[in-house]
Design a protein around this ligand. Structure first.
Ligand SMILES: [Zn+2]
Length: 429
């Protein structure tokens, strides 16, 4: 079921479950709320196990202050209310204690979201609210003051984070991409020096979307191959979310149907809930009528046109590979045989290559060199089919994580050129 059709009770319970299941809060920390059209605030309850919360646990605080529900509202209700009072455009608030943002909160720092486009586009500049006693009106005032300055995401000193949005999914998307940004920045600091997007690069990616002509689409014309690809691609996108290779708002996946057409993820999209019918068909540079394809479609089309043997493309921002991308560094695949055999040498491509320099992109990404790190934009992987592309993405992310994890224990020792030559011979690479 799509979130926009849900009652606030169901949407809050489901989103909290998602936050808890993906380890973005503890059972005692975190609370979410929605302000509805009547001005009533629906909020998660106080002292209820976040791992077991059900929709009927959600509390409604009416506009006149009357409380409805079987529990008291979250003890942090005062700051939710304070944020809604200063910002009429905010209709939902997500507060939690996810580990990387708590690290920033304890270090008294805010994450620089110009690390990659989604983090900047969804959060912009991040605010910082000084410490206040949890549940106090004083904390409410301190947080609301930051939101009043125009920040949509605020780090709470020695506490956690608070994100607002025009609806719950908007606030959750900010929260999730900010935590990804914080995690990637922490890891990036272990392997190099983080680089940030320039004004020109930000402008370039924001203007990268242009209108495509549409073609009439009739579901009766769907071939068995298209149906099969739609189901498989949707399944792998959801799996990518579960495996933390994609987030709700990051990751573009496409699969070729034939010489003239391919399927691609839509924009915007929640990768957690995608269904086969959400995918967009692109045929001869026209899009399926009534759908909006991902902004990555021009880069994907260029790769399919230049490389007939490529049948699947993924652009993703898994946290470890992302930290290499933020440092503008290649991921070394001379780590273990699996890495080199499946991924080969990884190219480092300029940020611009995914937006206007498709020549560089199409020459760099082939089945022989199926993976590239894009500066400040994650990684791009191609494959002969969906499973192979997904596998290479997983292997690349695992190599990146192993290299980062080896830093505190002395750093990784790459396999020698002799070993690589031996692998090339053994596996006919
Ligand atoms: Zn808290």
């Amino acid at each position: 079921m799509k979130y926009e059709y849900m009652h606030p009770r169901d949407e809050l319970a489901l989103t909290l479950e998602r936050i808890y299941n993906y380890k973005m809060t503890t059972t005692s920390g975190g609370n979410l709320s929605i302000k509805d059209d009547n001005g009533d605030i629906w909020i998660t309850p106080a002292r209820v196990d976040k791992g077991e919360l059900v929709p009927s646990d959600i509390v409604c605080v009416r506009r006149d202050g009357t409380i409805e529900g079987r529990h008291p509202p979250s003890s942090e209700f005062p700051f939710h209310k304070a944020i809604y009072e200063v910002r009429s455009d905010i209709r939902s608030v997500v507060h939690a204690h996810p580990m990387a943002l708590v690290a920033f909160s304890c270090a008294h720092k805010v994450p620089e979201t110009k690390a990659f486009p989604t983090a900047w586009n969804s959060n912009g500049k991040v605010g910082f609210a000084p410490y206040g006693v949890p549940g106090s009106d004083d904390l409410g005032t301190k947080i609301a003051t930051e939101f009043q300055k125009g920040y949509d995401s605020v780090i709470l000193e020695n506490h956690g984070v608070c994100c607002g949005g025009q609806n719950l999914q908007d606030a959750f998307g900010r929260f999730e991409s900010l935590e990804l940004c914080a995690k990637a920045l922490i890891k990036a600091a272990m392997i190099g020096t983080p680089q940030f997007l320039s004004e020109e690069q930000i402008q370039m990616q924001q203007k990268s979307y242009y209108k495509l002509e549409a073609f009439e689409y009739d579901t009766d014309m769907m071939t068995i191959k298209e149906k099969e690809l739609r189901c498989e691609l949707a399944r792998f996108v959801r799996r990518g979310y579960r495996q933390r290779l994609l987030t709700g708002a990051t990751g573009t996946f496409s699969a070729r149907i034939d010489e003239h057409s391919f399927l691609i993820t839509p924009y915007p999209l929640d990768r957690h809930t995608i269904e086969p019918e959400d995918l967009v068909m692109i045929r001869k540079n026209k899009k399926q009528i009534g759908k909006k394809p991902s902004r990555g479609l021009h880069a994907h089309r260029a790769i399919y046109e230049a490389n007939p043997e490529v049948n699947c493309i993924v652009n993703a921002l898994p946290v470890n590979a992302l930290s290499f991308s933020i440092c503008n560094k290649k991921v070394d695949t001379y780590t273990i045989p699996e890495s080199y055999v499946f991924v080969g040498d990884v190219n480092l491509l300029p940020f611009e290559s995914a937006f206007n320099d498709f020549d560089v992109l199409t020459k760099a990404l082939t089945l022989k060199n199926p993976a590239a790190v894009l500066e400040n934009n994650g990684v791009m992987v191609v494959g002969k089919d969906i499973l192979l592309a997904f596998d290479k993405l997983e292997v690349l992310e695992c190599s990146a994580e192993a290299i980062i994890d080896s830093q505190p224990i002395g750093g990784h020792v790459p396999m020698s050129q002799e070993t690589i030559d031996e692998l090339c011979e053994a596996f006919d690479l």
